[in-house]
Design a protein around this ligand. Structure first.
Ligand SMILES: Cc1cc2nc3c(=O)[nH]c(=O)nc-3n(C[C@H](O)[C@H](O)[C@H](O)COP(=O)(O)OP(=O)(O)OC[C@H]3O[C@@H](n4cnc5c(N)ncnc54)[C@H](O)[C@@H]3O)c2cc1C
Length: 364
């Protein structure tokens, strides 16, 4: 469709999840002219896509965006729906200009700023912040295609509750928090197997009565930067199981396997050569980031955004909310505010940057 309307803002934020909203809070405080473009038709879309029984691994104390405490007792673990309600209320309370149903199809440079194309309109902005989330495109390994149509398969984003899965033997593929939690939920009503491609270090959710994140916060580990020695070490072992473990899974009667490496008919084969006949498969195999719609040369050969704490080499273009954008907390509810405050500061500085001397001289 050809764009007919062109709108102008100083800053356009793409994505209205927690990262976009946290940034919006600071931009509103600066009194800046901005808008937040959100593809989904309702707020907190990413959280609403997650399974029904999801409980956060961070306690309410560590789930607040800037300026608004997360409601309820600080030591409890809120549900998916509570997060969706909190984010919805957050946008309303701070009157953040979120435009729902507004997917940005492309971004390119033009003049001194950027042009953002939507299906029905175009935006021009001096500065753009991409806050489209660390978990975008559901990833399913190619072996999925070799399973029969009779086997019910879904990515974890398609899983809602045990009712979404047929009776009979189910295989969950993926040894991260999502795989373990879904397998555990299903194990109450059927035979469940879990394929673990790479083992993640299990950590207890509470240690000596305190939340794991209390320790990460108190020791400063959550704020160690990607560039620091400790940060690099943490990043290498970033994937940790919080509250789940192989031992706990076995207690629930879940049978553990190695990596799922092949499939044919209704049979899945594992790295050790063993195979298993299944009725259903849940692919808890993660996500890929897709920035192919951003036509600005700020990506490396693998399509990863090149930036320094979210600031790219293209003046006025930023990222926010990426995994390890700056610290372990960068993509978490309770800590995204640190990066949001920093990007907001850079956005402010960009506007107040003195003109190059030749231009400033010519104006006088
Ligand atoms: C299963 C799961 C459990 C998690 N549990 C926790 C937890 O307990 N505690 C915690 O702190 N963190 C948790 N996280 C991590 C993190 O908090 C969430 O992933 C969070 O949703 C990230 O927020 P975000 O705003 O960066 O991205 P998102 O929430 O993904 O928001 C990005 C938004 O951008 C929109 N968008 C995308 N592309 C476009 C486009 N082209 N144009 C316009 N809009 C677009 C999307 O519709 C979306 O609404 C969890 C993540 C997962 C996957």
């Amino acid at each position: 469709m050809t764009s007919t309307i062109t709108k102008h803002h100083d800053v356009v934020v793409v994505g209205g999840g927690q990262a976009g909203l946290a940034l919006g809070y600071f931009l509103a405080q600066q009194g800046r002219d901005f808008t937040i473009l959100e593809a989904a038709g309702e707020p907190a879309a990413a959280w609403r896509e997650r399974w029904d029984s999801l409980a956060l691994f961070t306690s309410a104390r560590y789930d607040a965006l800037p300026g608004l405490a997360f409601p309820g007792a600080p030591n409890r673990y809120p549900t998916r729906d509570e997060v969706a309600d909190y984010l919805t209320d957050y946008a309303r309370r701070f009157e953040l200009p979120v435009e729902l149903g507004s997917r940005v199809r492309s971004i390119h440079r033009a003049g001194h700023g950027y042009v953002l194309e939507l299906d029905d309109r175009t935006y021009e902005a001096e500065q753009v912040v991409v806050a489209t989330g660390p978990f975008q495109e559901p990833f399913v390994p190619p072996i999925a295609e070799r399973l029969d149509e009779g086997v019910v398969q879904m990515h974890s984003t398609g899983y809602r509750s045990p009712e979404s899965v047929p009776d009979g033997r189910v295989l969950v593929v993926g040894g991260g928090n999502t795989g373990f939690q879904i397998a555990e939920e299903l194990s109450a009503s059927r035979e469940v197997h879990l394929a673990i491609g790479s083992r993640q270090t299990p950590l207890p959710q509470r240690i000596l009565g305190r939340d794991l994140f209390w320790y990460l916060d108190a020791t400063g580990l959550i704020r160690k930067t990607t560039a620091s020695r400790v940060g690099k070490l943490m990043r290498k072992r970033e994937d940790t199981l919080i509250g789940s473990s192989p031992r706990r899974a076995r207690r629930h009667g879940i049978e553990l396997h190695g990596r799922a490496v092949g499939a044919t008919g209704s049979t899945v084969t594992f790295a050790d050569g063993a195979d298993l006949d299944v009725r259903g498969v849940i692919w808890a195999t993660g996500f890929r980031v897709d920035h192919s719609w951003i036509d600005v040369p700020v990506f490396d050969e693998n399509g990863r955004a090149v930036h320094d704490r979210g600031v790219t080499a293209s003046p006025g273009l930023y990222f926010l909310g990426q995994l390890w954008q700056h610290t372990r907390g960068s993509a978490l509810l309770g800590w995204v505010k640190d990066d949001a405050a920093y990007i907001a500061e850079r956005v402010g500085a960009f506007r107040s940057r003195p003109l190059p001397t030749e231009i400033a001289g010519a104006k006088r």
